[in-house]
Design a protein around this ligand. Structure first.
Ligand SMILES: [Zn+2]
Length: 358
């Protein structure tokens, strides 16, 4: 028994997991030295074939319909993305290149999340993971950036609110970068609660403690900047102590996970301390908290993660935990003074909103 976990393991034999994969995501070419390279997804797909065979429920990606894309992005920007098809190689932002087929991959990556939501709502699966690229959490209504073109999960959240009738959505962003695009989209709304842990020394340098939402959305944005040297146990402790009350008091009907894996210790960009196993315990914790909060639907969407082997290994741990329905309370017995101080700070800043701190 790992010292991180208690023995209150809940397992179910039937916990169907949907998976979106599509070779067309590999057609978004970014150049040989770009970190957001098709090899990332190739490594994940190889892992799926080797480890999961036909255990996962395949969900077919389809391009996002224009009416849903326009829930988030401006017509002018959508046109700009479409026009990249006229060039073999161009760029939408200094760090976000595009090849001739990039537009199709971007349309599919956004559509993949909608198909995942449909599969969850119809009962085809209990959780779903969209393994697509380009990623999305930095994309703004009129701008690409941080390797992101369309805000895949932002579009999914808007679709869930307007088309599927959800009223409370929790976004959990565990990518090492702050999801500025996601935060901006829902900053003034209470129907979407955005939680992010990230290293503020990295792009896009936003997501400070005091960024907590505005107007009706005050208190519904929760940022936890984490130091690079934060240990796994501290990380899990913070997630348990914050997301536990958030889920109990906000009672999300849907959880969207911006699942980036660039906080892995081998990641060339993130340079943090987490391991593949951290993502397993994180998923266990999420399942445990979800079970206690009425089993909201859960959709994961791939964001960052730039060491292909570490990325594939981390996705494997998430899927293993999901497919075994490992709902575990995560405990940490080590000294955690730094994490306790961080937790106190979060409560101090958020107590006045009384959204989840009562
Ligand atoms: Zn990232």
């Amino acid at each position: 028994m790992n010292s991180l976990t208690s023995d209150n393991l809940v397992k179910s034999d039937i916990f169907p997991i949907g998976i979106v994969r599509d070779e067309r995501f590999l057609e978004h070419k970014t150049g040989h030295i770009h970190p957001e390279h098709p090899n990332r997804l190739k490594a994940v797909y190889r892992m799926l074939d080797a480890e999961f065979g036909d255990c996962l429920i395949p969900i077919q990606a389809e391009p996002v319909p224009l009416e849903y894309l326009e829930l988030v992005h401006t017509p002018l920007y959508i046109e700009k993305v479409l026009k990249t098809a006229e060039h073999d190689f161009t760029s939408l932002a200094p760090d976000t290149p595009a090849s001739a087929m990039t537009y199709l991959a971007a349309w599919l990556a956004a559509g993949a999340c909608l198909k995942g939501l449909d599969a969850l709502v119809s009962g085809r699966c209990k959780a779903c993971f969209s393994l697509a690229r380009p990623p999305g959490h930095h994309a703004l209504p009129d701008r690409a950036g941080g390797f992101c073109i369309f805000n895949n999960l932002g579009i999914a959240a808007r679709y869930a609110l307007t088309e599927l009738g959800f009223r409370r959505i929790l976004i959990i962003d565990w990518d090492i970068h702050h999801g500025n695009g996601l935060q901006n989209l829902f900053y003034k709304e209470k129907e979407v609660f955005y939680f992010s842990s990230h290293d503020m020394l990295l792009y896009p340098y936003t997501g400070d403690w005091e960024e907590t939402g505005e107007g009706e959305g005050s208190g519904y944005t929760l940022n936890v900047p984490i130091p690079r040297e934060l240990e796994e146990k501290e990380f899990l402790y913070l997630y348990r102590e914050i997301l536990g009350p958030v889920m109990q008091q906000y009672r999300p009907e849907l959880i969207l996970v911006a699942a980036g894996f660039d906080a892995h210790h081998q990641d060339p960009i993130g340079r943090s301390r987490l391991t593949e196993k951290t993502f397993r315990w994180l998923t266990c914790l999420l399942l445990d908290l979800s079970a206690k909060a009425g089993h909201p639907h859960i959709l994961f969407a791939l964001e960052g993660g730039y060491h292909p082997r570490a990325l594939a290994g981390s996705v494997k741990e998430v899927l293993t935990s999901l497919s075994e329905n490992e709902a575990r309370q995560i405990f940490s017995h080590e000294k955690k003074r730094r994490a306790t101080k961080m937790l106190e700070k979060v409560f101090r800043i958020h107590a006045k909103y009384r959204v989840w701190t009562d």
